[in-house]
Design a protein around this ligand. Structure first.
Ligand code: ADP
Ligand code: MG
Length: 665
């Protein structure tokens, strides 16, 4: 990788500004693609209407006059003769520095609004020189303060001039020929400086293919590597010991749970290293599967770790799992960031000595100072919340631990199968028997009385309720419901007869735990919260969730939130409150199926949300869009597999480069 400061004109300051955009080297820079294009077409002022946006070029016809205004502002007036020979006045604010360039006879291009009645253009920009012939398309880049789109474009072009012939083309020659692709140098030049929309399209497709090809090559490489990984742990435990645990559970496993459990246990018993994704909608009962797997791992003499994304969830899993394993001798501990240093040190000691058999926690599990004696199984819950890096670190802690990822992933199955193509996938399709679908209602703010009434009915039946708001406290620029405001409201309505608690992300871990424990014990009946309870939380006596400003949330998030209720054979209700966006929210009232909802979300909001910041660091594409480009993705899946098997000399070299690239990451 060529460092940025090798590009002419990029000094330490610009380097730092590019750093803010996540651009570290020349490869990053030339793949910082425009986020949109602007068509630049010369206007004919005679045909323009009052206040039309116009672009003209021509010659300066009079020396500019600078007018100083109040507060360090200024305005400049200059007369221009357009290329069609029309005289027009041009005014621009705060560009005094242009005065010396705007000499009579100089060529200029003016962008602005045409006040036809006065024959004046209120310019937003004046550039030196005429417009090039024909249509021109201008690239617009995401910038940052101190680094404008225009600056970025010119640095990119400098970099392309200096280095475009040494930038690696990751598409093998045979495919370039097969698909008649542009070469990389040409494609990069076009995508940053397109002359026509047709050319642009051709370049974009080629770059998308390359990006997806790289991605699928890595996935397929991992897949092959995992297949060949025979030197995992083959373990021994007494079936009857494991069956004892399964029999002691408070419920019978469903058929689907048994199916996935067997797939997982087969992996554990075989010499192959497990690398499996357990997919199942919210409430499908994944936790108990992980507990059984962790217990089998313990019986065979290894340590296990369960990693979750939030402290609330870690705490809750710890309590639930302790209960499920209460008749066993397994020694388990909770390891979370908010423990004192002394507490942490103690746990670290015991993990190292092997005194602890099972540890449950947040990413505190993978800090550098954590060592395990013999880690045999690692499970991550709510996998879509973690980035790839985090999971590789944990994997590397043991010698060859088996790995199970659990997720109620909102990614539609077809996409998941491709994107998680390096893993085996087990799916729980149906919810435990006796579950009644959650009834979902959409209410406007005017109907709040109805909502309070429904809440009261639920409380009278001795059930508990979650109430969700998007914000903790008032914010100046957002007019949204807040947790604090709801607390006052609920206190005034229900405060005499019921206890009300509040949790949100700003509370300390200890305070959160205290409130959650009170809620689990039913000492609190109404829990008001932000989305911190979105993942995993399991209090089966809670039969209603009320979500304020529901339009603020993606459907997948709403589905996760709704999954907090309906966790027993009690009938549960979800109430969404919103005055807008009702078409989208109606989807929730029609189905309880997570896959269907994610397909809808996908259709309505595109891939941005699906693979957005919160969902994962697993896949972020610069130019490809997994949904729009799904066909290309499938093609690259096939092509990359073939490429990995190729014995062509050039292919082998390229393969080395790509794979080397992976181990670096
Ligand atoms: P998720 O897949 O969303 O993590 P959980 O593991 O939290 O779901 O399970 C949801 C609820 O269903 C829990 O209260 C759990 O005890 C219960 N449960 C799990 N399996 C069964 C089953 N086979 N029969 C009845 N209830 C079950
Ligand atoms: Mg769960």
């Amino acid at each position: 990788m060529i460092s940025l400061d090798k590009v002419k004109g990029i000094g330490p300051r610009t380097n730092m500004l590019f750093g803010k955009l996540g651009i570290e080297n020349v490869d990053d820079l030339v793949s910082h693609y425009p986020f949109r294009y602007e068509k630049i077409v010369r206007s004919n002022l005679n045909e323009a209407e009052e206040l039309d946006k116009v672009i003209i070029d021509g010659k300066v016809d009079s020396a500019p006059i600078l007018i100083r205004l109040k507060g360090n502002l200024n305005k400049m007036n200059v007369r221009v003769v357009t290329s069609e020979g029309k005289v027009v006045g041009v005014s621009i604010f705060n560009r005094a520095f242009l005065k010396s360039s705007l000499t009579v006879g100089a060529n200029v291009t003016v962008f602005g609004k045409y006040e036809k009645s006065k024959n004046i253009i209120l310019a937003s920009e004046i550039r030196m020189g005429l417009l090039p012939k024909g249509v021109k398309i201008e690239s617009v880049y995401h910038g940052t303060s101190g680094l404008s789109s225009k600056n970025i474009g010119s640095f990119i072009n400098t970099a392309l001039m200096q280095y475009s012939s040494v930038i690696t083309d990751y598409i093998p020659k045979s495919y370039i020929e097969k698909y008649n692709f542009l070469n990389k140098k040409t494609a990069l030049n076009i995508v940053h400086n397109p002359s026509t929309m047709e050319k642009l399209k051709e370049a974009v497709i080629r770059l998308k293919y390359e990006e997806l090809f790289l991605f699928m090559t890595k996935i397929n490489y991992l897949k092959i590597k995992n297949q060949n990984m025979q030197n995992g742990i083959d373990r021994n435990y007494k079936e009857e010991d494991l069956n004892k645990l399964i029999k002691s559970l408070p419920f019978k496993l469903t058929q689907d749970q048994n199916k996935v459990l067997n797939e997982i246990l087969e992996d554990l018993k075989s010499k192959k290293r497990m690398n499996r994704l357990l997919q199942g909608d919210v409430g499908s009962g994944k936790t108990v599967i992980s507990v059984i797997a962790l217990y089998a791992n313990y019986l065979s003499g290894y340590q296990g770790a369960l990693m979750v994304p939030t402290e609330i969830l870690a705490h809750q899993h710890f309590e639930n799992i302790k209960e499920l394993l209460k008749d066993t001798n397994i020694k388990m501990e909770l390891l979370i960031g908010s423990l004192s240093k002394k507490e942490k040190d103690e746990i670290h000691e015991k993990l190292k000595s092997g005194e602890i058999n099972l540890v449950i926690g947040t990413h505190a599990l993978i800090q550098d100072d954590v060592e395990y004696k013999n880690l045999g199984l690692v499970i991550t819950d709510e996998q879509h919340r973690f980035g790839v890096m985090q999971r590789t670190v944990l994997k590397e802690k043991g010698i060859m631990p088996d790995v199970l990822y659990m997720s109620a992933t909102p990614i539609p199955r077809t996409y998941a199968l491709t994107i998680y193509g390096d893993m085996d996938i087990s799916v729980i399709e149906t919810l435990p028997n006796g579950r009644k679908p959650i009834e979902t209602y959409l209410k406007s703010n005017k109907e709040i009385k109805d909502v309070l009434h429904m809440m009261h009915e639920e409380l009278k039946a001795s059930h508990q309720i979650y109430v969700i708001a998007p914000l903790i406290e008032e914010s100046e620029n957002l007019d949204l419901t807040t947790v604090n405001e709801l607390k006052d409201k609920m206190e005034s309505v229900f405060g005499n007869s019921y206890n009300i608690g509040v949790v949100h992300g700003k509370l300390s871990g200890k305070d959160k735990d205290k409130i959650m424990n009170e809620f689990v014990k039913n000492n609190i009946q109404i829990l008001i919260s932000t989305t911190v309870i979105e993942v995993g939380v399991d209090v089966p006596n809670t039969t209603m969730i009320v979500i304020f400003d529901a339009n603020r949330f993606g459907l997948s998030t709403l589905h996760q939130l709704r999954g907090r209720v309906g966790r027993s054979d009690l009938k549960s209700k979800c109430i969404l409150i919103s005055d807008s966006d009702t078409k989208r929210l109606k989807v929730m009232t029609k189905t309880n199926d997570g896959f269907e909802i994610s397909e809808e979300d996908f259709k309505l909001r595109g891939h941005g949300d699906l693979f957005g910041t919160k969902q994962s660091g697993d896949m972020t594409f610069k130019i490809a869009n997994v949904k729009e480009d799904y066909k290309i993705l499938l093609q690259t899946k096939k092509d990359s597999m073939q490429f990995l098997e190729s014995t062509d000399k050039d292919d082998i070299k390229l393969r080395y480069e790509i794979i080397h690239n992976i181990t670096d990451a």
